[in-house]
Design a protein around this ligand. Structure first.
Ligand SMILES: [Zn+2]
Length: 121
């Protein structure tokens, strides 16, 4: 049997909402604007110290955002000829906003994938 080529929509939803991968009800993260994962789920008591996403989310974001933003920036340059400082401001702010906005969900998605495919006991 071939492995599934498309991501599991349920895992994507769990990651996007930053929820516990087992009960899908409590937040994976400690309160506040942080990337710190809780020690355990307050709802189902799943211990999150087995998870280790390491640099995975940041590396994926570098590749995904670079793949998306660089061609768009090149197209804008050839179509509109913005000054260099406008490119630096626009693409810098956009890259920073997309990174901050998607890093937590991507880390939660990777932890959900680890929960699904690894021995968590
Ligand atoms: Zn839970």
């Amino acid at each position: 049997m071939l492995p599934a080529l498309l991501p599991d929509p349920d895992m994507l939803k769990t990651g996007w909402k930053c929820l516990c991968p087992r009960c899908k009800e409590a937040s994976l993260y400690a309160p506040g604007f942080t990337l710190d994962v809780r020690k355990e789920c307050p709802n189902c008591h799943l211990r999150f110290d087995k998870s280790d996403s390491a640099d995975g989310p940041a590396v994926f974001l570098v590749f995904i955002l670079g793949f998306l933003l660089v061609p768009i920036a090149l197209w804008v340059e050839y179509a509109f000829h913005w000054p260099v400082w406008v490119h630096a401001v626009v693409w810098g702010i956009l890259a920073l906003a997309l990174t901050i906005g998607t890093l937590r969900p991507l880390k939660a998605y990777i932890i959900a994938l680890q929960f699904k495919h690894r021995d968590w006991s």
